[in-house]
Design a protein around this ligand. Structure first.
Ligand code: ADP
Length: 206
């Protein structure tokens, strides 16, 4: 089963895709995580991507499509995958359609205002990738999973968040109609508690 999580930045795609990947026992492919890993390791791809990511812009299609194509060729992807943050443009969706069959697209919906609040409080662990929010951390500054100091993603700066939202509306939102036309789209209300959203996601995948 191949599932796409679609939705604006901060809609909880990563959190929900992670949970679904555990539930279904298939890998989660997050282009955002892959790009951050390249940037951390200062690879040529990471160096190419950095300026785009930090400005809140999309990395060129060819770069992310190549990255996904390579990852999909690995054996653990044979039973299906969860796509998190990919595709984000028409060209990416068209390229993906030529590589795998998509079974379901979950569109996480949330107001722009709630997004800005979520991203203001987002904290991430640079070591293990754990993502959390200040409202759940009780003032703690270390990762509850591995103890590393939690950090703020550079592209979560308020002005960059606004740019990412603009980019989402212009370039990614049209994919809702694209997948709707193929009868693959399920909308999931992504507001409220993580556990409530998880339940809605499970229902949408049943
Ligand atoms: P969010 O969904 O919160 O924006 P991501 O981790 O998915 O976070 O993405 C972070 C950044 O990585 C994006 O703003 C963009 O610069 C880059 N990126 C991630 N996925 C893609 C993609 N499919 N195409 C182009 N750029 C991408």
């Amino acid at each position: 089963m191949n599932v796409i999580f679609l939705g604006p930045p901060g809609s909880g795609k990563g959190t929900q895709a992670h949970k679904t990947s555990q539930d279904l026992g298939i890998p989660r492919l997050s282009t955002g995580d892959m790009l951050r890993e390249h940037m951390k390791n200062d690879t040529p791809l990471g160096r190419e991507a950095r300026a785009f990511v930090e400005a809140g812009q999309l990395v060129p299609d060819g770069v992310v499509i190549g990255m996904i194509r390579e990852r999909l060729a690995e054996p653990d992807c044979a039973q299906g995958v969860i796509f998190d943050g990919f595709p984000r443009t028409d060209a990416q969706a068209e390229a993906l359609a030529k590589i795998v069959r998509i079974d379901r697209v979950l569109n996480l919906t949330i107001e722009d205002e709630a997004i800005v609040n979520r991203m203001k409080g987002r904290r991430v662990c640079p070591a293990c990738g754990f993502t959390s929010h200040t409202s759940w951390l009780d003032g703690k500054e270390d990762c509850p999973k591995c103890g590393e100091n939690l950090t703020i993603r550079k592209d979560d700066a308020p002005e960059t968040v606004l740019e990412r939202l603009k980019v989402y509306h212009a370039q990614t939102k049209p994919l809702i109609a694209y997948y709707q036309a193929q009868g693959l789209l399920e909308s999931v209300d992504s507001g409220g508690d993580v556990a409530d959203v998880e339940e809605r996601v499970r229902k949408a995948l049943r």
